[in-house]
Design a protein around this ligand. Structure first.
Ligand SMILES: Cc1cc2nc3c(=O)[nH]c(=O)nc-3n(C[C@H](O)[C@H](O)[C@H](O)COP(=O)(O)OP(=O)(O)OC[C@H]3O[C@@H](n4cnc5c(N)ncnc54)[C@H](O)[C@@H]3O)c2cc1C
Length: 476
């Protein structure tokens, strides 16, 4: 390999860190089921129809349900819940890495509950159907002069899936998507329609804004939006020591700030997003398309496989070639990135004030144990909220994610880092890999028992509890 061809750019790094979206991943229709598709596919289900197996985006979770339901409207949904003699699990766009969807019983998708329903321009609140992909929210809101307050770094999730796990972006003053929810409509375990907000059924509201699909089926959300806005994204690589010293200052200066720390390298990539006015946007240069990073990183990984002793050298060489970049766009165009590398991920949120210390410890541990990984660690900030099972409950947080290629062993790597997160009172992302058990989880959430009480009221017959969740939540 010629060194002048190891020409990483900043987008390559983002892509490997996962900042980019892949296939639509309709349940059972995503390309990650290709390996499953070669085998005899599916079973005859309880209603006599062929039922396809399910697998998540990265392929680390799979199951064979005995029924799939995709209700067309609310009355079909209510009927299905009332008549079901077996547990039901909802699926969004299958982008969770943790075992929170899989079931041997009914897998229900709200893919037919889509679209932005009502827009109140005065309050800037919008009603959106639960199965709507985040990618389908930006345009209609923009036309109405509005934009979402913040978004995660991809937009292929369903709204219900994103809310169920407190999906978040980054920004010191900005909460997760769940924190922008004003009202939720759900069908509970008895098939009753429940509407909750801060004023109406407030306990259900506090539980349902991070529900892990355990309170019922969410059909609609009212979100707080804001006046539409353009963003300027800036990214720049800097030496690790300098970067670690500057992180908190950068966090305080920008509406959104995140960092990508490169394992085995002496560099860190910073990204900031800030609002710009229409005039600045109009003068901005067009965004270039940097193409596919997949081959670059797979090639790097393969070279490192043959010469692991050169890992640091190769990573530093690559990082040193990254030039600063800027791009401008409408908020939803800038937030929603393309991910063309499949990976597995663990993420913990820790108190914001320990972020830099924790990241430094992680990088040192990776070096010390010579961990075979080149995926950057993603480092973000999220504002505290009041959602009972939110990782950000009453705590301004820093979330740190680690990844590895989907076809490489991630377990040893994640197991090495997990004790560090635990030491800082880390709370795991509900949609990402972790090994915590009920006793450890409940100790991290002051309102755990309140959540369980609401769950029991909403679903007394445990219709929405899979065996995995029974164990994780000690439901018995
Ligand atoms: C490439 C990639 C990038 C990601 N980036 C981010 C990021 O930037 N920030 C972040 O915080 N997370 C991120 N995630 C994690 C992801 O946002 C969450 O796991 C999210 O929950 C996935 O949404 P989904 O629609 O795929 O839901 P699924 O994974 O299908 O389901 C998640 C949960 O929602 C429940 N659910 C789904 N629909 C309903 C419904 N109608 N009613 C009740 N419950 C329901 C399910 O039962 C399950 O418990 C990323 C994941 C991937 C694969």
């Amino acid at each position: 390999m010629k060194w002048d061809r190891v020409n990483l750019n900043r987008r390559d790094l983002l892509k490997i860190a996962g900042v980019g979206a892949v296939s639509a991943a309709l349940p059972g229709c995503s390309d990650n089921t290709a390996s499953v598709a070669k085998k005899p596919v599916g079973i005859t289900g309880i209603d006599g129809r062929r039922v396809l197996p399910w697998s998540n985006w990265s392929g680390n979770q799979s199951c064979q349900p005995n029924q799939r339901l995709v209700p067309r409207n609310e009355s079909q949904l209510i009927e299905a819940v009332k008549n079901s003699q077996q547990p039901i699990r909802c699926v969004g766009s299958s982008h969770s890495f943790s075992n929170i969807v899989a079931t041997d019983n009914t897998l229900m998708s709200l893919a037919r509950f889509r679209g932005v329903k009502n827009i109140d321009k005065a309050t800037r609140q919008v009603d959106i159907a639960a199965g709507t992909r985040l990618a389908d929210i930006g345009e209609p809101l923009w036309e109405a002069g509005l934009g979402l307050i913040n978004m995660p770094d991809i937009d292929t999730q369903s709204l219900a899936g994103a809310i169920a796990t407190s999906t978040h972006g980054t920004g010191k003053t900005l909460g997760s998507m769940s924190s922008t929810v004003q009202q939720i409509t759900m069908i509970n375990g008895q098939g009753d329609k429940v509407i909750c907000s801060a004023e109406q059924n407030s306990d259900v509201f506090n539980a349902a804004r991070n529900n892990i699909g355990m309170l019922g089926v969410a059909t609609e959300f009212r979100l707080q939006a804001k006046q539409r806005y353009h963003l300027k994204e800036r990214s720049w690589m800097l030496p690790l020591g300098e970067g670690l010293a500057q992180i908190e200052q950068q966090r305080d200066q920008h509406r959104h700030f995140e960092a990508y720390a490169l394992p085995h390298a002496d560099y860190i990539l910073f990204i900031s997003l800030d609002e710009v006015d229409q005039e600045t946007f109009a003068k901005a240069p067009a965004v270039e398309n940097n193409g596919d990073a997949y081959e670059t990183f797979r090639t790097l990984a393969k070279v490192i496989d043959y010469a692991p002793f050169m890992r640091s050298f190769i990573m530093n060489r690559g990082a040193a070639t990254v030039d600063p970049e800027e791009r401008y766009g409408r908020s939803h165009d800038i937030f929603g990135n393309l991910r063309d590398i499949r990976f597995n991920e663990m993420e913990y949120s820790i108190p914001a004030e320990h972020g830099v210390e924790c990241l430094s410890e992680i990088l040192a541990t990776i070096k010390k144990h010579d961990v075979d990984v080149i995926f950057p660690l993603e480092y973000r900030y999220v504002k505290a909220d009041d959602v009972w099972l939110s990782p950000f409950y009453q705590r301004d947080s820093c979330s740190i994610s680690c990844h590895n290629f989907h076809d490489r062993d991630y377990k040893k790597y994640f197991a090495l880092l997990e004790p560090i997160f635990k030491k800082y009172q880390g709370r795991p992302h509900w949609g990402k890999i972790h090994t915590l058990e009920q006793s450890q989880l409940s100790a991290l959430y002051p309102r755990w028992d309140d959540f369980m009480k609401v769950r029991q009221q909403m679903d007394p017959q445990n219709k929405f509890v899979s065996n995995n969740l029974k164990e994780l939540f000690s439901i018995g």
